[in-house]
Ligand binder design. Structure first.
Ligand SMILES: NC(=O)c1ccc[n+]([C@@H]2O[C@H](COP(=O)([O-])OP(=O)(O)OC[C@H]3O[C@@H](n4cnc5c(N)ncnc54)[C@H](O)[C@@H]3O)[C@@H](O)[C@H]2O)c1
Ligand SMILES: O=C(O)[C@H](O)COP(=O)(O)O
Length: 409
């Protein structure tokens, strides 16, 4: 007797880090009821245990999905990053196991850009210090060290979705926008791309970082770069904590070389709201410290919850992998009356012809076929008459290079 597509109530969805309830609602509305929900990230040990029987995992920026985690997650079908960054996931380890990773590349862009712009204004007015003094009963009614942002230079490092949106907002306030990016990017408005990071650092009144965490951005703002910044300038980091050497920043703020900073992300962040935040920046009254909430607005989080759960549901129900960050992207139609076979394999020559050969040898009629590959992995989807699906799946499993298979109906 042919096996059935996995019963949805048996599909375990592990959601960590307080992913927005909109995700839970969306999963439930689509028949996925087996949800394990955690308000914070898990310790490494607890994570290894929790992933053992999980079919889908949803995380935010704090949870690291390493080779060891993927090795322990033998049932894992796909990962959802309910955020923009995917640096916390070993994307190659996922790909090698045929696991697509999805994220929400735009849902919190605006939230970050708004916060950064507000911080630029606060820093240029010396508000962190003045506010603190007021809280202590003091009163610094003075214009000294306070400036409008109008006419000042904003240097944006990383002119992607967030950097370019910030650029537009900052220009609307009359700021002069300069940016540095490793690739040539079309300027919006009157913004200007500079050829070197050094030049940007030397002339900007406010420098804001909007790069992903990669080998090239890790510790890219260290003592040497910070000292190239203008005396009295401000640094904003709402990208990733590993982009700035935090001890070097603390030194520049203490010495007065930098007038202020606004930092949202840290090399080491607490696992959840009950854990202590430890940083050399604590206690510096010219620094705005925020607990990695650049993208944490009600609007953004609700949208992210819906967007990423929808991507996972579509992949689970129908095999569509569009917008995956590591996996061949295939957009699939619905498959009424047919069984859909998903075949994920190493991208070596001849796999598709071998699949077609074994299906033909078994006398199986193909009613739809889709293929996409990336550098390492191929994804073939075959729709067949339901009475043949088990036989077809068994035949396809034998093809050399097969990583994993699934049947959907
Ligand atoms: N604080 C938060 O809550 C929060 C929220 C959202 C995103 N983020 C972080 O912000 C990052 C940027 O987000 P995005 O949506 O704008 O990403 P994006 O991919 O659209 O843009 C990143 C830009 O950085 C550029 N870049 C890469 N390496 C560089 C380098 N070495 N020097 C200069 N430029 C470089 C890229 O070419 C690209 O233009 C994310 O990767 C994430 O880590 C943080
Ligand atoms: O990558 C992101 O989108 C941000 O860093 C936000 O991450 P968070 O969901 O953990 O706040």
């Amino acid at each position: 007797m042919a096996k059935t597509s996995l019963d949805k109530s048996k599909i375990k969805i592990l959601l960590l880090e307080g992913v927005h309830p909109s995700a839970v609602e969306h999963f439930k509305a689509n028949g996925y009821t087996n949800i394990e929900y955690h308000a914070k990230s898990l310790s490494e040990e607890a994570l290894l245990e929790a992933v053992k029987d999980a079919h889908f995992i949803g995380i935010r920026s704090r949870t690291h999905l390493t080779e060891a985690v993927f090795a322990a997650a033998s049932k894992l079908v796909a990962v959802g990053c309910f955020c923009i960054g995917t640096n916390q996931v070993d994307l190659q380890a996922a790909l090698a196991r045929g696991i697509p990773v999805f994220n929400a590349p735009y849902s919190n862009t605006r939230s970050v850009a708004e916060l950064v712009l507000a911080e630029a204004i606060m820093l240029m007015r010396g508000i962190p210090h003045k506010s603190q003094v007021c809280h202590q009963g003091g009163w610094i009614k003075s214009a000294n060290g306070s400036y409008e942002v109008r006419g000042k230079k904003l240097g944006i490092i990383g002119y992607g979705n967030i950097g370019s949106q910030l650029s537009v907002l900052a220009e609307s306030l009359g700021m002069e926008v300069l940016y540095y990016d490793v690739i040539s990017k079309l300027p919006l408005g009157n913004a200007r791309q500079l050829d070197s990071l050094e030049e940007l650092l030397a002339i900007s009144d406010v420098v804001s970082l909007h790069v992903p965490e990669t080998h090239s951005t890790k510790w890219m703002m260290a003592k040497a770069q910070i000292s190239q910044m203008k005396q009295g300038a401000h640094l904003i980091n709402a990208s990733r904590g590993t982009v700035v050497v935090i001890e070097d920043l603390a030194e520049a703020l203490e010495s007065g070389h930098l007038a202020g900073a606004a930092i949202d992300v840290f090399p080491v962040e607490p696992r959840g709201n009950d854990d202590e935040f430890i940083s050399p920046l604590r206690g510096l009254d010219n620094v705005i410290l925020t607990p990695h909430i650049g993208g944490s607005t009600m609007e953004a989080q609700e949208n992210i919850g819906k967007e990423v759960s929808e991507k996972l549901i579509r992949y689970s129900d129908n095999g569509t992998s569009t917008f995956s960050v590591n996996f061949p992207e295939v957009a699939l139609p619905s498959h009424p009356e047919k069984h859909r076979l998903l075949h994920i394999h190493q991208n070596i020559p001849g796999v598709l012809s071998e699949i077609n050969r074994v299906l033909s040898e078994n006398g199986i009629n193909i009613s739809g076929q889709y293929l996409q590959t990336n550098e390492k992995v191929g994804y073939v989807v075959v729709d067949v008459d339901k009475e043949y699906s088990q036989q077809a799946l068994e035949a396809m499993k034998q093809v050399k290079g097969t990583i994993r298979t699934r049947v959907l109906f």
